[in-house]
Design a protein around this ligand. Structure first.
Ligand code: ATP
Length: 264
């Protein structure tokens, strides 16, 4: 697999180390991360609990500083991009994201257009059209007048995805976007993310514990394991035996023929 940047590269992680700094020193969660991600792909991020998925997504969203190395968006290190410009390039759906739940769904999703509106937040026809589209795409149009505090976890999750879609960025980053969703909405959101990546040529990067779904539907997977990141197509990762060692084998075994994990 080629990891050098090409004309289609939108995100590059260069010698990246991620983790936390405290008075006791650096706690490195993963290091030597070398990844180039092209536009037009759905990329899944997988790894066991505590592997560092959220830490990586927060770092490459610019919300947390790398311990060393760089996250480069197009040509520019993310940590040096002004927030108002970054908001037009990269949207984020994080778990436990702070939002004002007193807003209605429509108001919250409209905020996704903020990077494009004037300082009064006046919506143009294009903005309104876009908001209508993303409400429909995420199956949230029928709850648009509800307050966010009235929503179920799954509804709120879809509303947050709608807001990120309304931002219309070339990179979309989502931390476990399907966690609270029932099977119907899980499939619908996955299909939507595939469509956004492939038809609109965006890079959609999401973390998930639904590894089987990720294997079946992602163009590439980043696997975080024992402080290192491996990136490749699902087929190649299966061939390389990466999933065989993802979980301790006494509980879970990977069946490479079916692409499924068996409990036993
Ligand atoms: N604010 C923090 N300060 C110090 N260490 C942290 C902090 N947040 C997370 N960690 C540690 O970083 C490691 C990676 O956590 P992270 O949340 O990134 O993992 P994850 O792969 O997203 O896990 P999960 O699948 O459980 O959501 C864990 O060991 C965690 O304890």
């Amino acid at each position: 697999m080629e990891h050098t940047a090409s004309a289609h590269t939108v995100l590059t992680l260069e010698n990246l180390s991620i983790g936390y700094t405290s008075k006791k020193g650096n706690a490195i969660i993963a290091s030597d991360i070398q990844v180039t991600l092209p536009q037009g792909q759905l990329v899944g991020l997988i790894g066991i609990n505590g592997a560092g998925k959220s830490t990586l997504l927060r770092t490459l969203s610019g919300l947390q500083n790398p311990l060393s190395g760089n996250c480069i968006l197009k040509q520019t290190p993310i940590h040096s991009i002004a927030p108002e410009y970054l908001a037009k390039q990269l949207s984020i759906v994080l778990t436990g994201q702070a939002i004002s739940k007193n807003l209605s769904v429509l108001e919250l999703v409209s905020l996704g257009r903020q990077p494009y509106t004037n300082w009064l937040g006046t919506l143009t026809e294009t903005d309104v059209h876009m908001i209508t589209e993303v409400l429909e795409a995420t199956d949230t149009a029928h709850i648009k007048n509800k307050k966010c505090y009235e929503l179920s976890d799954g509804q709120l999750q879809r509303v947050l995805i709608a807001r990120a879609l309304a931002q219309d960025t070339s990179v979309m980053i989502l931390d476990e976007p399907m966690t609270h969703l029932d099977l119907h909405h899980k499939a619908a959101i996955l299909k939507l993310l595939i469509k956004i990546a492939h038809e609109q040529q965006k890079l959609v990067l999401f973390s998930t514990h639904d590894i089987e779904l990720a294997i079946a539907h992602c163009d590439q997977l980043i696997v975080l394991q024992e402080g290192k990141a491996i990136i490749n197509t699902p087929e190649q990762l299966i061939q390389d035996g990466v999933f065989d060692t993802l979980f301790p084998s006494d509980n879970v075994k990977f069946d490479s023929d079916s692409g499924r994990f068996l409990i036993g």
